[in-house]
Every structure is written in C-alpha cells, then in structure tokens.
Design a protein around this ligand. Sequence first.
Ligand SMILES: Nc1ncnc2c1ncn2[C@@H]1O[C@H](COP(=O)(O)OP(=O)(O)O)[C@@H](O)[C@H]1O
Ligand SMILES: [Mg+2]
Length: 316
Amino acid sequence: MRQLPHILGSMNATQTYAPVNSSAQPRVQAVLQGINLVMDYNATSASQQTSRNTSANSPMPPMPMMQPLALNHVNFQIGEGERVAIMGPSGSGKSTLLHVLAGITKPTAGQVLFRGTDVDHISDAERTKLRRQAFGFVFQSGQLLPELPAIENVALPLMLGGMPYAQATDQAAVWLERMGLRNLLRNRPGQMSGGQMQRVAIARALCVNPAIIFADEPTGALDQNTGHEVMNLLMQAANANHSAVVLVTHDPNITQYCDRVVNMRDGMILDAANRPANYPQAVQQPPMQPQPVMQQPQYPQTQQYSQYPTQQGAAR
Ligand SMILES: Nc1ncnc2c1ncn2[C@@H]1O[C@H](COP(=O)(O)OP(=O)(O)O)[C@@H](O)[C@H]1O
Ligand SMILES: [Mg+2]
C-alpha cells in the first residue's frame, strides 16, 4: 500500500499549467485539478431504484427521473495558496463540484488530481486520511457536533489523525483564540451565535494546516456584517497558512476576498479560459492585503489549554 507522504509530499508529480496568454510567464503549480468531470445523478438514482425494485420483487420497471447533468464536463484547477470563488444560481452545480473536488462524492466520470495524484487511484483509507490531513471544510451551518464543546469540535480532526487529547486541545485553543473565541472554549454550539459557530468551524478547518479549504456558502446563514467578519478571518488565516481556498457563494460581495471567480450555469463553467489572463500576478498580489495571522505576535501569549486550571474548564 502506498504511504500518504508519497501522496502529499512529492513535488515531482505536481502538475503545472501555463497562463492563458503567454508561455513566457511563470507556470503556476496546481494543488488540485478536476479534469472533464461529469456528475449524473440519474445514474446514481437509477441504480439505487433498480436495486430497490429488484429486492422488493416489484413488477414495475423503475420510473425514469431525468435531470440534467449536475456537472457537464467541467475542468477546474486551483494553484497552491490561491483563492477561487465559484459563483452561480441555485442548482447550477456549485456544491456538487466542491464535493467532487474534495473527494466526498465520486463523479460519474472524470479525474481529480491532488498534487498530481489521481485521488480515485488511492485506497479508501488513504483518501480519508487525505481529506483529514490536507483538506479543511467550512459549510453553511450544522457542521459542528452539538454535544461537544468548541475546543473538542476543533480538536476532533487532529485526534482522528492520531494526536493525543492534550496536544490536540492545546492546538485547538490557539486557533480558537485567533478567531477571538478565547472565552467560549467550553461552550457547545447551541450556546453560540451563528457567527461564533462559523468561527469555530474555521478554526477546525485551519487547525490541520490544510493545503486546501473547501467552503460552501460559509456566510449564507449570517447577516452581512458578520459575514464579512467571518470572511476576513477565514481569508487571513488561509493566507497566513498558504492554504488554497475553494469558496462556493452566490453573493457577489464575497468574491472580493478571492483571487478569481469562476461562474457556473447548468453544470458548466462559463468562463472559457477558467482563469484570468494575468493569473500569476493575481496569485502573487491578491486584491485583499490582510494582516498575517500566524506570523505576527498580535495575539496574547497563549496559555496551553492543558495547563488551564480545572475551574476554567480543562477538565481532564
Ligand atoms: N444528492 C443528489 N441527488 C440527486 N440530485 C442532486 C443531488 N444533489 C444535487 N442534485 C441536483 O444537482 C443539481 C446541482 O445541485 P447543486 O450542486 O446542489 O447546486 P448548487 O450548489 O449550485 O445549488 C441540481 O439540479 C440538484 O437538484
Ligand atoms: Mg449548493
């Protein structure tokens, strides 16, 4: 069995792609590529329906429920540290594309390459490990486990990766403090506002130091001001971590946080080039110039969570 470091580490296999208008410009490394992706939910539901009908010995043939392709031969790529917004009306295939790129949903056809490795050609265990260690996820809502306090929600992916509880919660506390949630470490999701819950979700996505953050409508359930606060925190942290961001949104105000925008309609990407002519410059000089989150000492010295007095909540 191939070891994960091979999948994550080798730069020899890294795919590069040239900017549109000039072969003289530097080539940009793609951290993730989707090639000729097709998603046909008819195929999925037809096979489910057939097996249901067969098992029930139904005399009726399955009813055809034809819907157009959710992904219609989509090509997509994102560079290391790049931030791309995927825009489009409801039902245009944005979430499907995000799920396929993240390896959550298997496409009907096409390939997804992570740093040059086809994620379909690795074992399920390796794919799970890849999702845990190289990808971070922020969804619209409902992604936190309601029974766990914020600190454990954030520490969970680290612990699933084998990190001991004390170390994982120490690391989680650092990220929650960066998100301004020092006083809410022990709060459960039900005891927090929508914006605070999204900040916990961002801390959880970032604490694994992911190569890519997948965010599906992360501000969709928030008011405009809170949405901007959350986006600022997400993008500053991603920038400091040099994590790429695939951001699905239907809000044009949110796209200002990204280096480029990809528009979808009816399962297709409209933009013929799927990247701007000045793409390498856009990557080097993003429109937003956030304060670095990780390098600068703007946070108070973090007390290790495992050293907190018991009455402050480190009940272990
Ligand atoms: N699990 C599913 N089963 C069947 N059809 C689905 C499923 N998920 C999405 N679809 C369909 O695929 C199309 C694209 O959906 P989606 O990717 O959720 O779009 P968006 O995120 O842009 O709103 C829609 O027609 C939707 O009804
Ligand atoms: Mg969606």
